[in-house]
Design a protein around this ligand. Structure first.
Ligand code: HEC
Ligand code: HEC
Length: 326
């Protein structure tokens, strides 16, 4: 926040400076200086003023949640029994791509800055989710809210964290994830806290980039029994991130967004056999023989999350609606 306020103030001061120069130029003797100086400084001053407004709008968006959240999941017990921990560990494999320095469990915090390598936007690392990270001071309900609803302990909308893809996680499954997070050994890694520049603020202010905030979950969320059924497959598509990249209806993701755009699954999968679908998740080899890059479609992580019955359920669900959107 300090960086965001500081850089926004700098831009605001520059804008005032150019307006002042414009006024000075308007009083200058030589006609050319008067016309050109006033015009150029005035335009620059206006542009910087508009930028300042966007950055302020963005700063507000980045620090206030668009919804009224409760922490009603506080009543869900996170017991950490052996079954709960095993399930949580399985689901936590889906977090390793971002929240781990090694690409494997434990979730000791990411090592890459998501905002590096482009324009100066600030820096954002996926936090340490072991008991040495920030969530040591959060209640279970607050961690659950961050995962499914995309806001932190203080209702600040998260960024990059793909809560939209986890929004459908059942109470039992998300509890299991939290139980597992609490059971990890403390990593004691220093992961920098997020910081944004005025430019990032302006991007958010202009609506060019969404935050992770999701509509509040105000009632119990249950999943169908875990089995090789289309019903359970549908559940997995709402709870394990498919929608982030394949779109809200799984009919194709949007290019140019924060996540890679995946193809229309209802148009593609029905022409595959169940065995081809399972082979794809286990080896990354599509039926046409092409090898899919796990950095685009994280099949390696999914292979650790899904047992064969889960993949059979997913297949049955995706095959059940061949007409949708395709
Ligand atoms: C695409 C990358 C990505 C994936 C996958 C991901 N996260 Fe995150 N997550 C982030 C980033 C980045 C943040 C920090 C966002 C911020 O502070 O604005 C974050 C923040 C969080 C927070 C808030 C913690 C804090 O200290 O602020 C929790 C809890 C969390 N993630 C849990 C999970 C869990 C559990 C999974 C897997 C089920 C997961 N995340 C998967 C990127 C990811
Ligand atoms: C991080 C983004 C991301 C997530 C999450 C994701 N996918 Fe994908 N998926 C992709 C991309 C990108 C492709 C296209 C890859 C290519 O062709 O190189 C793809 C391709 C596929 C394919 C077809 C492979 C082919 O032949 O092109 C299937 C099937 C698939 N995804 C299923 C799923 C399912 C089911 C889920 C959820 C369990 C899921 N994906 C989650 C990004 C993602």
């Amino acid at each position: 926040m300090a960086l965001l306020i500081g850089t926004t103030l700098v831009v605001l001061l520059l804008s005032v400076l150019f307006f002042w120069l414009a006024v000075r130029a308007a009083r200058a003797r030589p006609l050319a200086v008067r016309i050109l100086g006033t015009f150029v400084s005035g335009v620059l001053g206006l542009a910087l003023a508009a930028f300042t407004v966007l950055a302020i709008v963005g700063a507000v968006k980045l620090n206030t949640s668009p919804y009224q959240y409760t922490t009603q999941t506080a009543s869900i017990p996170v017991t950490g029994g052996p079954d709960q921990l095993a399930r949580g560990k399985q689901l936590a494999q889906g977090c390793t791509g971002c929240h781990s320095s090694t690409g494997n469990l434990p979730l000791d915090g990411g090592k890459d800055d998501f905002l590096a390598g482009g324009p100066p936007l600030g820096s954002l690392y996926a936090p340490d989710l072991t008991p040495s990270g920030p969530i040591k001071d959060w209640t279970d309900a607050e961690v659950i809210r961050a995962i499914r609803e995309g806001v932190d302990k203080d209702d600040r909308p998260l960024v990059i964290m793909p809560s939209g893809g986890f929004h459908g996680l059942s109470d039992a499954d998300v509890q299991a994830v939290v139980a597992y997070l609490r059971s990890q050994p403390p990593s004691n890694r220093e992961v920098p806290a997020p910081s944004f520049t005025a430019l990032a603020g302006a991007f958010f202010g202009a609506g060019m980039f969404p935050t992770s905030a999701q509509p509040p979950i105000n009632g119990p969320v249950t999943a169908p029994p875990r089995a090789a059924t289309a019903d359970y497959g549908r559940y997995l598509t709402t709870a394990t991130g498919c929608k982030d990249c394949h779109g809200e209806n799984l009919t194709g993701g949007q290019a140019g967004g924060p996540a890679p755009a995946g193809p229309n699954l209802f148009a593609l999968v029905p022409s595959w056999s169940e065995q081809q679908f399972i082979t794809f998740f286990r080896s990354g080899t599509a039926p046409n023989g092409s090898q899919i890059d796990p950095n685009n479609m994280p099949w390696k992580d999914y292979s650790k999350i899904f047992e064969d019955q889960d993949l059979q359920g997913l297949y049955l669900y995706l095959k059940s609606k061949p007409a949708a959107g395709g």
